[in-house]
Design a protein around this ligand. Structure first.
Ligand SMILES: Nc1ncnc2c1ncn2[C@@H]1O[C@H](COP(=O)(O)OP(=O)(O)OP(=O)(O)O)[C@@H](O)[C@H]1O
Ligand SMILES: [Mg+2]
Length: 313
């Protein structure tokens, strides 16, 4: 079973409003509300691929209840831990006529020390029931930036695979604990090393840096250029595909993490792990909805992934 961690979930609401502007009153022509947060995207994609998934994190208030209901509807085991604060709502106003998007992101709850300590206790029990753990996205206010280190340490002690997909300080701190896999995109990795990187040598030295910190299987995802990965044995490959037409690329990284988690849970070979991640990332680009794939598209894209051997580190 895969355990997905979403410490800072949200309800993602999208309003379709033509000619949106300030000082107006608007009646949306369409509206969607989904359980959001990067870890919940991972959970959804892994579930679509037929995997047993348990989702955890912190949840509160009426928005939290909405997330409980959605998880139930799609057959994900719900192990979210309650907090006093209200789960946030994130609003995106899409104006298709003028091709603009306006976002309003609530700050979310402030979590107390008692609450996140209670979470850590529950997490220990959940980890025992799973073989792969993923942790995605930011942390809510009140939780220290090195919190993911505690989760990684617990998972490692129980000999479980841990995939960390986050950014900024959370990533910098998390890397120090040597998670099994990290998957920063170029922008996120630039934040860690503090400079631009674009050549083959840059990518290889980035992977080396991650390996030296104890990351067993580091991956740098490169959007339409695929990804570069250093396998556990030190072989470095560039994975790529022919260009595809896309609908919406948001959440492709989350779908990538889900694909890798599913393959690792099935004990697939390292190259197959990355290929399934890529195929899920690509399949996600074909849907308007964030963090969505279909088994048919994943199977189709798996066939067109190519690999280029870049050496050993
Ligand atoms: N335009 C694209 N064309 C083909 N494949 C894509 C495209 N965008 C993303 N992908 C696939 O998805 C994977 C992950 O995408 P990306 O590097 O953009 O992740 P990300 O920036 O973490 O995304 P997010 O944080 O929005 O989930 C890529 O390695 C690639 O396989
Ligand atoms: Mg990402």
């Amino acid at each position: 079973m895969i355990l997905t961690v979403t410490m800072n979930p949200a309800i993602d609401k999208v309003y379709a409003i033509d000619d949106f502007h300030v000082h107006g009153v608007f009646r949306p022509k369409a509206m969607t509300a989904t359980a959001g947060g990067k870890g919940l995207n991972v959970a959804r994609v892994a579930r679509i691929l037929g995997q047993q998934v348990m989702a955890t994190g912190l949840i509160g208030g009426a928005a939290g209840q909405f997330i409980h209901d959605q998880l139930h509807n799609i057959g994900i085991i719900d192990n979210f831990v309650p907090i006093k604060g209200e789960t946030r709502i994130c609003i995106n106003i899409m104006d298709e006529k003028n091709n603009t998007s306006t976002e309003i992101l609530e700050p979310g709850p402030v979590v107390s020390e008692d609450e996140y300590k209670a979470f850590l206790e529950r997490f220990e029990e959940m980890v025992a029931q799973c073989d792969v753990v993923t942790a995605s996205g930011s942390l809510p206010r009140g939780i220290p930036a090195d919190f993911y280190r505690s989760l990684i340490a617990i998972a490692k002690r129980k000999r479980k695979i841990f995939i960390l997909d986050t950014s900024g300080e959370y990533l910098k701190e998390g890397i120090k604990e040597g998670p099994f896999m990290v998957k920063p995109n170029q922008h996120e990795f630039r934040q860690v090393v503090g400079h631009d990187f674009s050549t083959k040598e840059d990518y290889v030295s980035a992977l080396k840096l991650l390996k030296r910190s104890g990351v067993v299987f580091p991956v740098l995802s490169l959007g339409d250029k695929g990804c570069v990965a250093a396998l556990p044995n030190g072989d470095v490959y560039h994975f790529f595909s022919p260009p595809i037409k896309v609908v919406n690329t948001v959440g492709s990284g989350d779908a990538f993490v889900a694909g890798c988690a599913v393959a690792l849970s099935r004990a697939a070979q390292p190259i197959e792990v990355i290929k399934l991640g890529m195929a899920c990332g690509m399949a996600n680009t074909q849907f308007f909805e964030t963090g969505m794939v279909s088994p048919e598209l994943v199977a189709k894209f798996l066939e067109c992934i190519q690999i280029d051997f870049w050496g050993v580190i």
